[in-house]
Every structure is written in C-alpha cells, then in structure tokens.
Design a protein around this ligand. Structure first.
Ligand SMILES: [Zn+2]
Length: 207
C-alpha cells in the first residue's frame, strides 16, 4: 500500500456543483457539504480515469477507452481481457476481481475559502442567444485556491499500477482538465524518477 499526497489548485473561477454527468466528462466538481467546501474524491477519480485512458498507449498500457459500465464490459469482451486502466480504476462486475486498486480522499481547501457570487446567463442552444429571464447566480471559488488530498494505491501490481497512476496524473497535469475551469495538479514526493516534474506546478502564476 502506498500513499501519495496531491494538491490541486484552480487558475480560473471554479463554480460550485456541476450539472454535467461525472462519468462521461473529465470534470472536477466542487460541492458544499455541511458548510465545508470540497472536491469529492470520486470527482478527481473520474477525471483521472479519463486521463489514464488517454495516456495508456503512450506508456505501453492497454485501455478500452470506455467509462460507461455497459460499454466497458463490451469492450473487454472484444479485447478478450480486462484493460490495464480498468484493472487499476475498477469496473462493473464481481467486486472481488473488479474492485478498484485506488482510494482517493476528498480534497479539502488548505485555507478558508471566500466564495464569490457570479451572475451567469443561461443560453438557449437552439436559438443561440440568451434565454429570456435566463439570469442566474452561481457560487464560485476564486482562482488560486489550494486543495489537498491523498491517493492510496492498495496494490502496485509489481510497479504497473504505480506507473499507470503517475501517467494519468501527468496527463491530467498537462491536459486541459475540467470543462469550464483551468485546474492544475501537483504531486508530493513522486516515487518514480520519470515523473519527478509533477512535484512542481505547471504554471507559476499564483501569489
Ligand atoms: Zn477497460
């Protein structure tokens, strides 16, 4: 078992909650639970899974490319095996051999978060213009808010899962991540030399 500390910070406004289905989009949600603002571990895990599918081939891992349960089963049947990404992240099926090797904690802000209220306009996609009476407000988190959490790797599969996890973090750190917000990620004490750069922020623009 290995524990890996991760830090995440947003470089643009991060709106609270999300209307987008978590399974299909690499998005990071922020929620408020009992007065506390956090990024659910499941939200980071979803984004990481999508990133792992993208990064797998580059590092010699197999990927079915699917995130939706029914599609996953079908893709594995066609491949004749369970792909490396699903081995690490888990998949639908019998829990004993399909459970995830990863536990991802909720990410909590390091300091108190002064949220701000932003007014948005709801758009009518068919007419391509603002809906009448379509003004609404959302709660948002200001840029450069630092969140902290922990990833626990329950088994490193002789190094295979550790490397795939690092590859996914690397992909997430370098890709655009989140649908509306720009978020960057940093990993504490990276255990593999080839991913040491993940110990630094990609952009050095926060105070
Ligand atoms: Zn798969």
């Amino acid at each position: 078992m290995r524990r890996i500390g991760v830090e995440l910070r947003n470089l643009s406004l991060l709106t609270m909650g999300s209307a987008y289905p978590r399974l299909t989009l690499a998005d990071v949600n922020t929620v408020r639970i009992g007065g506390e603002i956090l990024i659910p571990g499941s939200s980071l895990k979803g984004a990481l899974r999508t990133a792992a599918h993208r990064a797998a081939g580059k590092f010699g891992f197999t990927s079915c490319g699917q995130v939706e349960p029914r599609m996953i089963s079908r893709a594995h049947e066609a491949m004749g095996r369970v792909c490396d990404v699903c081995e690490l992240f888990g998949m639908p099926g019998v829990p004993s051999n399909s459970s995830s090797k990863l536990l991802i904690s909720n990410l909590r802000p390091k300091l108190d978060v002064p949220t701000i209220t932003v007014t948005r306009v709801s758009l009518d996609p068919e007419r391509g213009k603002a809906r009448e009476g379509g003004l609404f407000t959302v709660e948002a988190i200001p840029p450069c808010t630092l969140f902290e959490g922990e990833i626990t790797l329950l088994s490193d599969g002789n190094g295979k899962y550790l490397k795939l996890l690092m590859a996914a973090l690397d992909e997430l750190a370098n890709g655009s991540f989140g649908r509306g917000a720009i978020v960057e990620i940093r990993v504490r004490d990276v255990p593999l030399q080839e991913f040491k750069h993940l110990e630094s922020w990609r952009w050095d623009i926060c105070p």
